[in-house]
Ligand binder design. Structure first.
Ligand code: FE2
Length: 466
């Protein structure tokens, strides 16, 4: 009798639980990660090792160098002397070798002086090809390779990795390793801001920018990382005489902003395979008449969904976030730009900043007119899915506190470190999977089939399916 009663209570509990989930419209994962302090790896760690040889190139990284994907910007640092700023490169199986010459710069930040930072753009590459490239000279030559994307077009499959707020802790190392070992094999990383967290150190110790560059090289030298800037790229420190925002970032990392008509490296667009990717800056002015606003207004009409069906936006501070951390920080940018996102049927927005994971329903909140009181998000099949993926594993630790109850706009949330992969299959379908660090390399903790908003705009919410 007693066991029957317990069974009844258990069933009642399960029904109640599912009712609560249904009412709130979302899932808060039951997975609870053991919360430990996130600690930066010490500078003598092997992941930070300086390559052998006098003045050997280090911190090698590449990014897309034009709008269409036929150019690559190669960047690296030589510590002791300027050295060569030439990149030698060739297509696999080709006997024709090319070279391109870059530019070198240095900068000072309080009491820190950088090494010699090289940037070199190599152009007129063939699509869908493997290229080798060499930087450095003589005994310190270092050879890497990358693959160019397929020609821009609507049905070329392409797979993006998503990483944010990475930092350089032991958790960051696990995130990067899991991304590299993923059987889904990301071909380029969409990075949603906050790279090194050097600004957590006294005087923003820029040696931690160098160590981050060496740590990330094992991926950034072999596939392009598309950079978004976060608050940890600002390095704004007037108390030590450093008044120019983004100083270390702009010297170390390049973006192809001029090619898309932008006037600053922090907002720009690229096409890559079947995707049109718009990168925005949460920490640059975005109000009406500002350069970013004017640029974005002119950007949307350029998107041709017959050429690039998938419209993806990256920014740092999320618009739909139900954690207690950074709650509503993205609100003013949402108010400015959300009507454009809905009108232009953006497929997905990836953000960072909150050190956890969250995926939204397709919702919009654009009806408010000050006097009508209509200010709640509503389901909207023209709206993007908003994904917060600031869970790379940096020194600031996990965001574990959530707003309760889970808002209806939140479809899935979990306080874990991880990364995601977006595999675009064709003009209508893309598979998305989020991977938490505690699982095996192939395990996906949250998945969704995205249906393209232009070509196949039916409800694709996994909660709708169930
Ligand atoms: Fe951030």
């Amino acid at each position: 009798m007693r066991s029957d009663f317990l069974s009844f209570l258990l069933v009642l509990g399960l029904v109640w639980n599912s009712l609560v989930l249904f009412c709130n419209g979302g899932i808060t994962s039951k997975f609870v990660r053991k919360v430990e302090k996130s600690i930066d790896m010490p500078l003598h760690s092997d992941v930070f090792r300086v390559p052998p040889g006098h003045n050997a190139p280090q911190q090698v990284h590449i990014t897309q160098g034009d709008v269409e994907g036929k150019a690559v910007i190669v960047s690296w640092v030589t510590q002791e002397a300027p050295g060569s700023n030439t990149v030698h490169y060739w297509k696999e199986h080709s006997s024709t070798k090319h070279k391109a010459h870059g530019k070198t710069n240095t900068y000072k930040f309080y009491n820190y002086t950088s090494g010699y930072i090289h940037h070199c753009t190599i152009r007129n590459l063939e699509y869908d090809s493997k290229y080798y490239y060499v930087v450095g000279v003589g005994q310190t030559e270092r050879k890497f390779w990358f693959f160019t994307p397929p020609k821009v077009g609507p049905d070329v499959p392409y797979t993006f990795g998503l990483i944010g707020d990475l930092g350089q802790t032991f958790d960051s190392n696990i995130t990067l390793t899991h991304y590299e070992k993923s059987p889904k094999k990301g071909q380029a990383v969409l990075f949603v801001g906050d790279l090194s967290y050097a600004d957590n150190y006294p005087n923003h110790d820029n040696n931690r920018w160098d160590s981050w560059g060496r740590f990330a090289e094992r991926s950034t030298a072999y596939q392009p990382w598309i950079w978004t800037t976060g608050n940890h790229e600002l390095d704004f420190a007037p108390e030590i005489g450093e008044n120019k925002p983004f100083k270390p970032f702009t010297h170390r990392y390049r973006t192809p902003y001029r090619a898309s008509g932008s006037t600053e490296p922090f907002w720009y667009s690229i096409k890559r395979g079947p995707a049109y990717i718009i990168v925005l800056s949460s920490y640059s002015a975005y109000g009406k008449y500002t350069p970013q606003y004017t640029w974005l207004e002119e950007e949307f009409p350029k998107v041709n969904r017959t050429e690039t069906p998938w419209l993806i936006v990256l920014n740092h501070s999320p618009w739909y976030n139900s954690y207690d951390y950074h709650y509503m920080e993205g609100e003013s940018m949402r108010v400015m730009y959300e009507p454009w996102f809905v009108k232009n049927k953006v497929d997905v927005v990836f953000s960072g900043h909150v050190h956890a994971y969250e995926r939204s329903e397709r919702v919009s909140n654009i009806a408010y007119t000050v006097v009508n009181g209509i200010c709640s998000p509503v389901k909207d099949q023209s709206a993007p899915v908003y994904i917060t993926i600031g869970d790379g594993g940096n020194i600031e630790g996990l965001a574990t506190k959530m707003t309760e109850p889970q808002p209806k706009y939140s479809a899935y949330r979990e306080a874990s470190f991880g990364h995601a992969i977006l595999s675009i299959k064709n003009r209508t379908h893309a598979h998305y999977g989020w991977h938490r660090n505690q699982d095996g390399y192939a395990v996906e903790a949250d998945t969704m089939w995205f249906y393209n908003r232009f070509w196949h705009p039916v409800d694709d919410s996994p909660s709708f399916d169930s």
